[in-house]
Design a protein around this ligand. Structure first.
Ligand code: C2O
Ligand code: CU
Length: 560
């Protein structure tokens, strides 16, 4: 299998469709002179902004709930199937073949309460060989934002083949936050996530339920971008393993949708799931949005901003107050972009809100509670202070212009594989606090860096007067490392009670960079690998020979 993976990587190194184009096999995408689009769809069927209704992904129901003696749920079991399906995104009735959890893009939302553990069974029911690259369809599922055990963390090389499933276990002991589950298979992550294998996962807790809007006023917005070939299929062009720039912006899988909103305050859980693109989000009215939570949960002090920068993997929860506008008004969520993104005619737009009349049964208006505060893990992270005695880990992110390889401290994931998974970039002990210094040493690129397992506090930037930006003053697990930027973070390497630590990935969340091969790992705990669960062998995938009527096949909504 490894050999096949390497072959695929060679194809990708040559630039995917670009390489095929060079051989005269396909029309290159996105090189039409002066074109305002990357797609090669006929303009009559090209998606246009603000023509489609907003869609909220369904919430997945557990197929089994285990309760304690008092009848309180302690464990929920969910079933997901990664499979190919036909989506309706472009016009003219042309289907777009995509991959989705339970056959939808994004996948269903999982919503659980703190301390209710989750077992999530993910079946790989994808075609054995993918049609784009002719390689085996491998999956690995990562719950981004969870302090999972290493063998359930979606370790890139812990792959599940077609016809197998893996049951992931999530501790959910952390505080309320917006997490997301997405594919993480080694060298396949960009294509798999781009094809649709991504979805939100909401962890609630008592404090958050009192502090922030819930239910219909708590709205997931998963933002991604895509480009389409003339036949309506998803086109993949990463410009020679540099980045993929789609010309169609999707929110919850719908191009530039229109959402009807009541004249009141909404909470939006904004997740950038684009594989390369970063955004600078603002409202067309110039009004503020209030950042109330970041990747790891609620912020100590809500931050009003008129715009904010967000890249792949980051989550920002913002409040938007539509009571400022008359019924019938429209307010657009726009993208002012950031350096080193490639923009097209409509990539400056994201979605539209249309204010409609309130209903008599709406709950009372929401206001940020006067006793706003944070607790638990989030507070512990944001209370971290530099002592000057903490050990320092330095990471340099680089591109080699000769070999076209992306690396961290000169190391690629292939180097980690070649070391028998023993090469590490850092070795914090359990509960140690370290200062991490991340430096972007690649000119002309930005890198969103994701550290698995932990939440961190951004304590310094070499730009912005040394301070974190207002929107990133909360617990984070992805940090935007802009051109020429160096950032400093403090993190406590806390693990769940039932582990002795283990190996976790660090990578660029531009998934094209990650796949080629800007990813390394660190080891929490004892340095000799004797106590940590092996991320690949401790919980291997099993053959999928479940009977067709097994409850693990239940999908919600049925038949979608
Ligand atoms: Cu969202 Cu290691 O990934
Ligand atoms: Cu990068």
């Amino acid at each position: 299998m490894e050999r096949l993976v390497v072959d695929r990587r060679e194809v990708l190194k040559l630039g995917g469709l670009g390489a095929l184009a060079a051989a005269g096999l396909v029309v290159p995408i996105g090189v039409r002179a002066g074109a305002g689009s990357a797609s090669t769809l006929a303009s009559a069927i090209m998606p246009r902004p603000y023509r489609r209704d907003f869609l909220r992904p369904p919430v997945l129901q557990p197929y089994e709930v285990v309760k304690d003696a008092q009848g309180r749920p302690v464990l929920e079991r969910y079933s997901l199937t990664a499979r190919q399906f036909e989506a309706g995104i472009v016009g003219g009735g042309l289907p777009t073949t995509m991959w989705g959890y339970n056959g939808m893009v994004p996948g269903p939302t999982i919503s659980v309460h703190q301390n209710v553990r989750v077992e999530m069974r993910v079946r790989n029911d994808l075609p054995a060989v993918d049609t784009t690259f002719g390689q085996p369809s491998l999956t690995s599922t990562h719950l981004h934002g969870s302090a999972s055990l290493p063998q359930f963390d979606g370790y890139a090389s812990d792959v599940t083949q077609t016809g197998f499933y893996k049951t992931y276990e999530y501790p959910d002991f952390q505080g309320a936050r917006t997490l997301w589950y997405h594919d993480h298979a080694v060298h396949h992550t960009a294509v798999n996530a781009y094809s649709g294998l991504a979805a939100q996962y909401h962890l609630h807790d008592d404090l958050e339920e009192r502090m922030l809007p819930q239910g219909q006023f708590d709205v997931p917005l998963t933002i991604s971008d895509a480009m389409f070939a003339a036949d309506g299929s998803l086109a993949y062009d990463d410009k020679g393993v540099k980045s993929l720039w789609g010309d169609v912006i999707l929110v919850n899988g719908v191009p530039w949708p229109v959402m009807k909103v009541k004249p009141r305050i909404y909470r939006f859980r904004i997740l950038v799931a684009s594989i390369s693109r970063s955004y600078r989000l603002r409202l067309s009215t110039g009004h503020t949005m209030t950042v109330v939570a970041t990747d790891g949960g609620m912020v100590p002090v809500p931050q009003p901003v008129t715009q904010f920068r967000a890249s792949s993997g980051e989550r920002y929860e913002v409040l938007v107050d539509f009571s400022k506008y008359p019924v019938g008004a429209t307010v657009d969520l726009l993208n002012a972009s950031n350096p080193n993104n490639v923009n097209y005619d409509h990539t400056n737009k994201v979605m539209r809100f249309q204010v409609v009349a309130p209903s008599s049964d709406d709950p009372p208006p929401y206001a940020i509670p006067a006793d706003w505060r944070i607790e638990g893990e989030g507070k512990a992270t944001m209370d971290l202070q530099r002592t000057g005695k903490e050990r320092v880990t330095r990471l340099r992110l680089k591109h080699d212009d000769v070999t076209n390889v992306w690396s961290i401290n000169g190391v690629t994931w292939d180097d980690v594989v070649a070391s028998g998974y023993t090469k590490i970039a850092a070795n914090p002990r359990i509960d140690e606090v370290q200062l991490w210094e991340l430096e972007n040493s690649s000119g002309g690129w930005f890198h969103p860096v994701h550290i698995h397992l932990v939440d961190f506090k951004i304590v310094g930037r070499n730009t912005n007067g040394g301070q974190p930006h207002p929107w990133e003053r909360g617990p984070k697990d992805v940090v935007y490392l802009g051109e020429g930027e160096t950032v400093r973070l403090l993190a406590k390497f806390h693990v769940s009670d039932d582990t002795t630590g283990g190996r976790y990935m660090i990578h660029c969340h531009n998934l094209v960079h990650e796949d080629h091969d800007m990813m390394t790992q660190f080891l929490v705990g004892d340095p000799d690998f004797t106590n940590d669960p092996h991320p690949i062998y401790a919980a291997p995938p099993v053959k999928d020979d479940l009977p067709e009527d097994s409850p693990t096949y239940l999908e919600y909504p049925p038949g979608v």
